[in-house]
Design a protein around this ligand. Structure first.
Ligand SMILES: [Zn+2]
Ligand SMILES: [Zn+2]
Length: 245
């Protein structure tokens, strides 16, 4: 299983970090985790097209995680897609799609290809990806993803604060992608600084920690150093980073 970071930033745009989006690939199949601003543009650089995507997993309704979902759905319509597109995420996502259908697609809603909706939390199988969606504390209706392929496990909770729930869902994972929204020493409900991310990774006993979702005021090198000081195999996400799980 391979993780490609398409967007390692948060809600504040920067020139070098797009919004939250990750491409997960295995056995020639591809899924997106979140579809924040810049996701589809970054996807172009990977050689994987939107037509190659089997599904999209959205963690929550904040636009830095889902604003290009509508763009993707519309684009696939324009490109004449016939294959189904999986869409996994919390129930509140349906409000977003309904809004889109009402205001954005006056001609031919719903799209002419099937959208296979999976309302999570819950488990689903998008072969070869075994996906478990768990409720995550951030705002209401957030779902984090634990993805397993061939005995390897990738966990992406999306935005989250310090939580036993996140530790549980990440337990023993080969790779954990955690947000590092906050500068060191800053505590804010629903988000993590590097020390808090390190504590989660340490308690969960993960193989590798990828810090991501950086605000512009986070010292990224310092964040990684704080995690490594605890003996955690940590690295910083950057747009275009490719790592094998
Ligand atoms: Zn976010
Ligand atoms: Zn958020």
């Amino acid at each position: 299983m391979r993780l490609t970071v398409l967007g390692s930033g948060g809600i504040k745009p920067t020139l070098d970090r797009a919004g939250s989006a990750y491409l997960v690939s295995a056995q020639g199949r591809h899924i997106l985790l979140d579809a924040g601003p810049g996701a589809l543009r970054w996807l172009l650089r990977t050689g994987v097209t939107t037509a190659d995507l089997d599904g999209v997993c959205i963690t929550h309704r904040h636009p830095d995680h889902c604003c290009e979902l509508i763009l993707l759905i519309e684009l696939e319509d324009a490109m004449g897609r016939k294959a189904p597109l999986g869409l996994a995420g919390p129930a509140i996502l349906d409000d977003y799609l309904t809004f889109f259908a009402r205001w954005g697609r006056t001609e031919s809603a719903p799209p002419p290809y099937p959208i296979e909706r999976a309302v999570l939390p819950g488990d689903l199988e998008w072969s070869p990806f075994g996906i478990s969606g768990r409720s995550v504390p951030h705002v209401e209706n957030c779902v984090g993803f634990r993805i397993e392929v061939d005995g390897k496990t990738l966990v992406y909770p999306g935005d989250c604060g310090p939580s036993d729930v996140v530790v549980d869902m990440a337990r023993g994972a080969d790779m954990l992608v955690l947000e590092c929204t906050l500068p060191e020493g800053v505590d804010h409900h629903g988000h993590l600084n590097s020390e808090q991310a390190a504590q989660i990774a340490e308690r969960a006993g993960v193989g590798k920690l990828v810090l991501s979702h950086f605000s512009p005021n986070v010292d990224v090198d310092q964040a990684v150093a704080i995690c490594r000081k605890r003996g955690i195999d940590a690295l910083a996400a950057e747009d275009g980073l490719v790592v094998e799980v």
